[in-house]
Design a protein around this ligand. Structure first.
Ligand SMILES: [Zn+2]
Length: 420
C-alpha cells in the first residue's frame, strides 16, 4: 500500500470505529467494533483508512499525530440540547432547596418563563456570542455534532431569532448543528387559556421555517399542564405534511401516551420517556423510533425514578443518550457526565453507552452518513482521550478526559499543559 493521506493518527491503543452497518437496537448495543494497536488515516477531512499498524504498512502522510497508546473514538454526538437561550437561573437553586414547588417558582416569574423573557430581551448577536461559548465548551468535552432546539421565544419573532442564531452558528462554529423547531415548548403567559390558538400560531410558522431551511425537525412538549397527546398529534401531523422529521418530548413525568403517539407517527425519536409504558416501549421497538434518554435531567431535578433503559434494550429499542443542556433542568454541556449517570442510574453497560452517544445518537438526528462512526467516507471527527480504554470514561467521573479533538480532520481543541 503506498497511498498518501493528509493526516495519519498512529499508535492508537484502542480505536472505537463503531463501524456497524447502522444504528444498534436492543441487545446489538452490547457489541462494539474495536481495533487494538490501530492507525487511522484522514484525507480531505474524511476518514480514509482504519486498521492495525500492520495493515497500515506503507501508508504515508504529510502530518502524523502519535497517540502514545491512548483511546481514540468518534466525536460524541449530543442529540438533544437547548443551547440557545438568554439569561441563567442559578438563583432558583436555593428556592428548590427550600422546597418551593416549580409551579410557585413559575408564578413568581421564574422557571422557563424567565428564560423566555431573557431570550426575548437578548439581541441576535448576544445570543450568538453566548451560544458560541457553550459550543466551544461542548467541543472541548468531545462533542462534535449536536442538535439544538428553539423554544424560548414562544412568539413568532423570538422563535425566528433563535432559529437564525442556530443558522449563524451552523456556518461559523466547528460543532455541526442540527436544528429543531420547538415553538411548542410551553404555553406562553399571553395564551394561558388558549393553547390551541398558540399552537396555530406556531404551526403558521412552518412554511417559513421550511422555505428558509431553518430547521430539519419539529418537536413538541407533550406533558400534563403543557400540550395534550391530541393537541400534539394534530400539530405534529401538520409538521409532517410540510416534510419535517418529528421529535417529541414525551412522558417525562406522566405516562400520557406520548411514546405510543411518537411511534405511531413514525417520529425519528421520542425523548425523556421516564414514564413510558410497556406498550409504548414495544411500539418504539417496532417503529424504530430512537429513545433519547436524558438522565442528567432526572438527576438535576433530584428525582429518583429514571427512564427504564434496561427494559427498552430488552425489548429491542434503539437507545441514545443526550445532555438536554438547558438553563433550568440540565445546565451542563458535559456528555461524559451523562455517560456516568447512565452507567449508575440507567444500569447501561459501557458498550451500550458508547453506542448511545455515537452511532445511535447520529441516527436520532439524521446524521448516520456523516457522524458517530469512524469508517471510510465519514467526517474525520475524532477524539483522542487521556485514557487507555473506553471503559475508563464513564468510570472516572465529573472531569474532562479529552486530550485532543479533530473536526473534519483538523485539530480544533487540545488540552493545555499546566505551566510552571
Ligand atoms: Zn428538552
Amino acid at each position: 500500500m503506498a497511498e498518501t493521506m493528509d493526516v495519519l493518527v498512529t499508535n492508537i491503543g484502542q480505536l472505537l470505529t463503531m463501524a456497524s452497518s447502522g444504528p444498534k437496537a436492543g441487545k446489538e448495543m452490547q457489541t462494539l467494533e474495536v481495533i487494538e494497536g490501530a492507525v487511522l488515516g484522514i484525507k480531505d477531512g474524511k476518514v480514509a483508512f482504519t486498521g492495525t499498524a500492520e495493515e497500515a504498512y506503507g501508508l504515508t502522510a504529510s502530518e502524523t499525530i502519535d497517540c502514545g497508546g491512548k483511546l481514540v473514538t468518534p466525536g460524541l454526538v449530543d442529540p438533544h440540547t437547548h443551547a440557545v437561550f438568554g439569561g441563567s437561573r442559578e438563583h432558583e437553586m436555593a428556592l428548590k432547596q427550600q422546597g418551593v414547588p416549580y409551579l410557585d417558582i413559575l408564578k413568581q416569574g421564574g422557571g422557563i418563563l424567565s428564560t423566555v423573557e431573557a431570550t426575548r430581551a437578548a439581541s441576535e448577536e448576544e445570543l450568538v456570542r453566548k451560544s458560541s461559548f457553550y459550543l466551544d465548551r461542548m467541543l472541548s468535552l468531545g462533542t462534535t455534532t449536536a442538535e439544538v432546539k428553539s423554544g424560548y421565544g414562544l412568539d413568532v419573532q423570538t422563535e425566528l431569532k433563535q432559529l437564525y442564531v442556530t443558522k449563524t452558528l451552523q456556518d461559523k462554529h466547528p460543532v455541526d448543528l442540527v436544528s429543531t423547531f420547538l415553538g411548542a415548548h410551553a404555553i406562553p403567559k399571553s395564551h394561558k387559556d388558549h393553547p390551541d390558538v398558540f399552537l396555530e400560531e406556531m404551526a403558521g410558522m412552518l412554511q417559513q421555517v421550511k422555505d428558509e431551511k431553518l430547521a430539519e425537525y419539529v418537536d413538541i412538549f407533550t406533558e400534563t399542564g403543557v400540550f395534550t397527546v391530541e393537541q400534539s398529534e394534530k400539530y405534529l401531523k401538520k409538521a409532517k405534511e410540510y416534510g419535517f422529521g418529528l421529535k417529541i418530548h414525551a412522558d417525562e413525568i406522566d405516562p400520557l401516551g406520548g411514546t405510543e403517539m411518537a411511534a405511531g407517527l413514525g417520529a425519528v425519536s421520542a425523548d425523556h420517556l421516564v414514564g413510558s409504558t410497556d406498550e409504548g416501549i414495544r411500539k418504539m421497538a417496532e417503529s424504530g423510533t430512537v429513545a433519547v434518554l436524558l438522565p442528567g435531567t432526572t438527576f438535576y431535578l433530584g428525582k429518583h425514578t429514571y427512564a427504564r433503559a434496561r427494559k427498552m434494550i430488552e425489548e429491542g429499542v434503539i437507545v441514545s443518550l443526550a445532555t438536554d443542556f438547558n438553563p433550568g433542568s440540565s445546565p451542563t454541556e458535559n456528555l461524559q457526565l451523562i455517560m456516568t449517570i447512565a452507567a449508575l442510574q440507567l444500569k447501561m453497560s459501557p458498550e451500550e453507552i458508547w453506542n448511545a452517544v455515537t452511532v445511535n445518537a447520529a441516527h436520532a438526528i439524521g446524521r448516520t452518513e456523516q457522524a458517530g462512526q469512524l469508517k471510510e467516507g465519514r467526517n474525520a471527527d475524532i477524539v483522542i482521550w487521556d485514557a487507555a480504554n473506553y471503559k475508563y470514561i464513564p468510570y472516572h467521573y465529573g472531569v474532562n478526559h479529552v486530550n485532543t479533538v479533530l473536526k473534519n480532520g483538523k485539530v480544533v481543541y487540545q488540552r493545555r499543559e499546566i505551566i510552571g
